[in-house]
Write a protein that binds this ligand. Structure first.
Ligand code: IPM
Ligand code: MG
Length: 357
């Protein structure tokens, strides 16, 4: 039996995970499968109950699961807390402790949503990008870091962007393997004109590339990549990049699809996996039924594919989402002029009902 640890977290995390679980239930019933799900607290919810963003027990439960499904963490309520006990630390701890070094963020424009983006239809129609973000290294985790007092009483805040050969090798390998299943084109994003860590990044990615002669590799500076994503996103197939650049570029790329509420993600390591929507906890709309559950639902599809190798069922979920959008149903974030405005739970019901084998 497959074991899934469910961590709804904060804000709209709870609402979207609820819909994702409906979809999972539907998959269970049509495919005669059984997933064992267990829920736990994470982020602000865990801070309120336990004083920490994630407990050792929850980390242990995550390690003992086949997959983790997470909603979102954070909110203004916890923004004033000391850095070490902010909700976001739960995510960082999960990523680090489970060794989830590869973060996959597919950016595919749904054919029914080509007018939902702020960009012109002809620019985004057919966009299909996979952002592969390094997730356990770089400036997010590098040391030294901190805030220190200067002699004059002012303060100095600092972080360290650092990458070692093996960290670059494993993420590059992952990206090349994924590119082989797609259009065999990789763009590696760095800032090698300025940063030493990027010079090493480029060198190691180039070395790994020699083992994949069938995949076309190119390098681009991050500032140029940010521009090209808006100018001509169709030039990209797989984008591989560092933790910080990937964080920024994946939010930018999300807007090609019309809404960050559409974007799922998988965070993979050698032994564990976590699935979560790319969007945050959106406290402003939490509890109002206005959230878009599609990112969470598509994260379940990624789980079915990447962890459980249930490729047909993953596709069935993705097709169901596509069909519901084709029929015109829209959550607020992708709705124009209030036509066919659909609540979070209605969207979950519609997609679940539409799943067929
Ligand atoms: C993301 C988020 C996280 C990150 C935050 C919530 C820690 O922005 O998953 O992209 O910066 O990685
Ligand atoms: Mg982010």
């Amino acid at each position: 039996m497959y074991k899934i640890l469910v961590l709804p977290g904060d804000g709209i995390g709870e609402e979207v995970v609820c819909e994702a679980l409906k979809v999972l239930k539907r998959v269970e019933s049509i495919a005669h499968l059984k997933f064992e799900t267990k829920e736990a607290l994470v982020g602000g919810a865990s801070i309120d109950k336990n004083g920490v963003p994630i407990t050792e027990d929850v980390l242990k439960a995550a390690k003992n699961s086949d997959a983790v499904l997470l909603g979102a963490v954070g909110g203004q309520k916890w923004d004033q807390l000391e850095y070490k006990i902010r909700p976001e630390q739960a995510l960082l701890a999960l990523r680090k402790e489970l060794g989830l070094y590869a973060n996959l963020r597919p950016v595919a424009v749904d054919p029914s949503l080509t007018d939902a983006s702020s960009l012109k239809r002809e620019v985004i129609e057919g966009v299909d990008i996979l952002v592969v973000r390094e997730l356990t290294g770089g400036i997010y985790f590098g040391t030294p870091k901190g805030i220190e007092k200067n002699k004059d009483g002012s303060e100095r805040g600092f972080n360290t962007e650092v990458y070692s050969t093996h960290e670059i090798e494993r993420i590059a390998k992952k990206a090349f393997e994924l590119a082989r299943k797609r259009k065999r084109k990789i763009t590696s994003v760095d800032k090698a004109n300025i940063l030493e860590s990027s010079i090493l990044w480029r060198k190691v990615v180039t070395e790994i590339g020699k083992r994949f002669p069938d995949v076309q590799l190119s390098h681009i500076y991050v500032d140029n990549c940010a521009m090209q994503l808006i100018r001509n996103p169709k030039q990209f197939d797989v984008i591989v990049t560092t933790n910080l650049f990937g964080d920024i570029l994946s939010d930018e790329a999300a807007m090609l699809t019309g809404s960050i509420g559409m974007l799922p993600s998988a965070s993979l390591g050698d032994h564990h996996a976590l699935y979560e929507p790319v969007h945050g906890s959106a406290p402003d709309i939490a509890g109002k039924g206005q959230a878009n559950p599609i990112a969470a639902i598509l994260s379940v599809a990624m789980m079915l594919r990447c962890t459980f190798q249930l490729h047909d069922l993953a596709l069935a979920v993705e097709m169901a989402v596509r069909q519901v959008l084709k029929e015109g149903f829209r959550t607020a974030d992708i709705c124009q002029d209030g036509v066919n405005l659909t609540s979070c739970s209605e969207m979950g019901n519609l997609v679940a009902k539409e799943i067929k084998v």
